[in-house]
Design a protein around this ligand. Structure first.
Ligand code: 17E
Ligand code: FE2
Length: 413
């Protein structure tokens, strides 16, 4: 492995540039004006912004690039999406899934992503998508870290052999256990599905990431059950509640009572603002709800929130590209987190906060860590976000994964 000296990058919020020395795939030295050594490759990034790689903390790779197959989701509801996917799911083959996921992951890599948590639908007696994703997790491991969640799209208690399929997925080697309480037939099933998911995760020593209350029903309260179980088992930091869009519709009295439990539990949250502003509020006339969880209030209460893309060109989002910049931009607007420091810190939704949710160690630009980082064509994050600065380089263990030439436009007047 050639050693590397990366010159002239601004790391995260630093105002002055510095250099990064990489030895044996790890950061060996970080500081201003490092001397090049013999045999070292030197790359100068001209004072551009360096960040730890972006992390996709919530996406469904198994359905990626299937929009229109066998038909488009014309109503734009979550439920029509589930129906369309259920039809497409019948024709899955391992090769079909692998071919689409490889394309999607390469697309994500171009946007600076090196870590991906993918939900994988296991409400399929053949577990085809899971078999494909497990193979890819190994095949792609030098290029991307894939984390797989056993996701019961059509329910655990409400789908034939739902529990057995979840158990098989755990035995096959998933990283996390999912659930979908708002989609179960009854409130009782919703509660027992969460009990089952938590017990299964404890038995296999796995993380938990639940599609939780993704509905505009203020009575959808899977979250309190999940948080209570996490608190009682003392595993909050290993548990994630994704979507939680019903929280948008909770009355404040209930929310404030709930917030105490959420804080005691210390669970993580993933919001998917781009997709949930599209899918939610579809049964409203006007006023029309935004259907995004209370990111600002959760963050202010000290809870960990990250942002995810959710979908790449599939039945739930025909226009999802994989670019997390779109998600952050939309997320800041829709949650009204547009204060100066909120904007400056917003890269954390797709870096450090997501790393905490995924339980990554060895993450971040620091001596001793794997030399994984990206460079954007801007001097700081606010400018990168505002002007949609492309990723010009992505390094993994010091190896170049992505290289792009900054585009220079000439305005001819
Ligand atoms: N499935 C689901 O239940 N919810 C979603 N947002 C997606 C798939 C994308
Ligand atoms: Fe999702």
């Amino acid at each position: 492995m050639t050693d590397l000296l990366v010159r002239n990058v601004r790391v995260e919020s630093a105002t002055t540039p510095c250099d990064l020395r990489v030895e044996g795939g790890r950061f060996a030295e970080i500081g201003p004006g490092l001397e090049a050594r013999r045999g070292e490759r030197v790359i100068d990034h001209g004072g551009r912004l360096a960040l730890p790689p972006f992390i996709e903390s919530h996406v469904h790779l198994d359905s990626a690039l299937t929009a229109g197959q066998p038909r488009y989701n014309e109503s734009g509801t979550l439920f029509e999406g589930i129906q369309v996917w259920s039809e497409r799911k019948r024709t899955l083959t391992v090769e079909d899934v692998k071919e689409r996921v490889r394309r999607a992951v390469r697309q994500q890599a171009g946007f600076g992503i090196q870590y991906v948590r993918s939900h994988v639908d296991v409400t399929d007696p053949e577990l085809t998508a899971l078999r494909a994703l497990l193979e890819l997790r190994e095949e792609l491991r030098d290029d991307v870290t894939l984390q797989l969640v056993a996701f019961p799209q059509e329910g655990i208690e409400s789908f034939p052999d739902g529990r057995a399929l979840m158990r098989r997925a755990a035995e096959m080697g998933v990283d996390a256990i999912g659930a979908i309480p708002h989609f179960e037939f009854t409130r009782e099933y919703s509660v027992s599905s969460l009990d089952f998911a938590v017990e299964l995760a404890l038995e296999f020593g796995l993380l938990i990431d639940v599609h939780c209350d993704e509905i505009d029903d203020e009575a959808s309260r899977g979250l309190e059950t999940l948080a209570a179980r996490a608190y009682e088992a003392g595993i909050g930091e290993r548990v994630t509640a994704s979507h939680t869009t019903a929280m948008h519709s909770y009355n404040n009295a209930y929310f404030i009572r709930l917030l105490r439990l959420l804080s005691m539990s210390g669970i993580n949250f993933v919001s998917n603002p781009l997709v949930n502003t599209h899918l939610q509020g579809r049964m409203d006339t006007y006023p029309k709800r935004r259907g995004v969880t209370r990111v600002k209030e959760l963050t202010e209460a000290g809870l960990n929130v990250s942002f995810g893309q959710d979908d790449i060109v599939d039945p739930w989002n025909p226009l999802g590209t994989g670019n997390l910049r779109d998600v952050v931009l939309n997320g800041l607007y829709v949650t009204q987190m547009m204060g100066r420091s909120e904007i400056e810190q917003s890269y954390r939704f797709i870096t450090h906060n997501a790393a905490r949710t995924l339980h990554l160690d060895d993450y971040g630009i620091a001596v001793g860590n794997s030399a994984n980082f990206i460079v954007l064509d801007a001097p700081d994050w606010t400018e990168a976000l505002a002007f949609d600065a492309p990723v010009v380089a992505s390094y993994r263990a010091g190896r170049e994964l992505v290289r792009a030439k900054p585009v220079r436009r000439e305005i001819l007047f």
